[in-house]
Design a protein around this ligand. Structure first.
Ligand SMILES: CC(C)(COP(=O)(O)OP(=O)(O)OC[C@H]1O[C@@H](n2cnc3c(N)ncnc32)[C@H](O)[C@@H]1OP(=O)(O)O)[C@@H](O)C(=O)NCCC(=O)NCCS
Length: 236
């Protein structure tokens, strides 16, 4: 599959905010991604459509680059970029570049004591049902394991059977209800938690699930940190 996972970067924020608004139209306030990038207890992963990126690069090689704008890149350019980001408030920013534009999903994780808590996971509408949400969950579990978390937890709307089915597949269990948790319609949240992820039992299950994923979708690359790469290879 032509999708890669990597950590969220500053230049991705407008695209990720757009996906968040599409997936959670009643969410208020929106996630302050810029502040979250500074939060040592938070980690965000994005899924990029690398197929579309390759096409952009091929097109770029065929077309000579436009003349360089003397403003961009300098101090004034950075100030203008910052101003533009504030004014557009998350509206897709073509200046963010093809990598940010190729983002098709994201996941947020907060680390609290020995627990990793998924704060959000969303896939762009046109990409749903194609394995991106599952790949983000695989990336998140890899990250939680690498960070030494014992369990991963989350809340999901009781009516969100699609999301719950994905979490159940990865060993999350329904452990409780938060009454009227969602402020828009006072819907209850189902609390879901994995069994300890550092046990041989869970690791074996996770390995099997990853193998099935790779058999179905092929090799994918997961980068948990800048420069780090975990290639999840298909089984022989
Ligand atoms: C929930 C969400 C992230 C799933 O991502 P996705 O890329 O569509 O899911 P995938 O294609 O990776 O599917 C993974 C699993 O999810 C479940 N799933 C996906 N689509 C489903 C559907 N239409 N019906 C039932 N289950 C479904 C299945 O368990 C599936 O595993 P399977 O293919 O082995 O059956 C995505 O639908 C989304 O962004 N929804 C809106 C935001 C949201 O509800 N987020 C969750 C908040 S708790």
């Amino acid at each position: 599959m032509d999708v890669q996972i990597r950590p969220l970067r500053r230049e991705d924020i407008s695209r990720v905010s757009q996906i968040e608004r599409q997936a959670f139209p009643t969410l208020w306030p929106a996630t302050p991604f810029k502040r979250e990038l500074e939060n040592r207890r938070a980690k965000y992963l994005v899924a990029m459509d690398t197929g579309s990126l390759r096409e952009v690069h091929q097109d770029r090689e065929a077309v000579p680059p436009p003349p360089r704008d003397p403003v961009s890149g300098g101090l004034l350019g950075r100030v203008l970029d910052g101003l533009k980001a504030r004014l557009t408030n998350g509206v897709p920013d073509p200046a963010a570049g093809p990598e940010a534009e190729s983002i098709v999903g994201f996941l947020g994780l907060w680390f609290m004591a020995d627990e990793a808590h998924i704060t959000a996971v969303a896939v762009s509408e046109s990409w749903r049902g194609r394995g991106v949400g599952e790949l983000l969950i695989i990336g998140c579990l890899e990250l939680a394991m690498a960070s030494g978390s014992s369990v991963v937890s989350l809340e999901a709307r009781v009516s969100n059977h699609v999301a719950q089915s994905l979490y159940l597949k990865y060993g999350f269990e329904k452990v409780g209800i938060r009454k009227a948790y969602y402020t828009d319609n006072r819907e209850d949240a189902t609390i879901m938690t994995t069994r300890p992820i550092n046990t041989e039992e869970y690791q074996a299950r996770f390995r099997r699930l990853k193998e099935c994923y790779m058999e179905r979708y092929g090799e994918v690359i997961i980068r948990l940190g800048e420069g780090e790469e975990t290639a999840v290879d298909p089984p022989n």
